[in-house]
Design a protein around this ligand. Structure first.
Ligand code: HEC
Length: 118
């Protein structure tokens, strides 16, 4: 009986710590949800492959997720100004931002490496 009680309180503590951890982290970015969103919203300009449909649109393939998250939050808040991206970023939740950034960051095979200006 005593042993069972001890075990129980250990379980309670673990559960408490697990809850604390997940509430601090919030959520884990989900690249497959991100891909679905990109298909609906972003692919017309940046491409599903992250290559951009032409040179007007930044390549996002293999870009660092935290860089894209920061840019998207700044477009949404107006700290980074661009008429086109402001509108699209406004439709994104924090989860969407994490997910689409996770998706584009996985496309490492198309990563931009040639920075020569043509
Ligand atoms: C109608 C075309 C269009 C659509 C749709 C679009 N974007 Fe953009 N995006 C742009 C343009 C143009 C820029 C460059 C803006 C600038 O100079 O700041 C840009 C910039 C960005 C940047 C910053 C890139 C960098 O290198 O700093 C990110 C990240 C980004 N877009 C993500 C997205 C995501 C995610 C979506 C979908 C939710 C999306 N965009 C939808 C046109 C578009």
């Amino acid at each position: 009986m005593r042993r069972l009680l001890l075990k129980n309180s250990f379980l309670k503590k673990s559960l408490f710590l697990a809850l604390l951890f997940f509430s601090a982290v919030g959520f884990a970015a989900d690249a497959s949800l991100g891909k679905a969103k990109v298909e609906q919203v972003c692919a017309t300009c940046h491409g599903l492959d992250g290559m951009g449909i032409d040179d007007t649109y930044p390549k996002l393939a293999g870009q660092y997720a935290d860089y894209m998250e920061q840019s998207l939050r700044q477009y949404r808040s107006g700290a980074r100004k661009n008429g086109i991206m402001a509108g699209f970023a406004a439709t994104l939740t924090d989860e969407d931002i994490a997910n689409v950034s996770a998706y584009y960051s996985t496309l490492k095979e198309n990563r931009l490496t040639d920075l020569t200006i043509k």
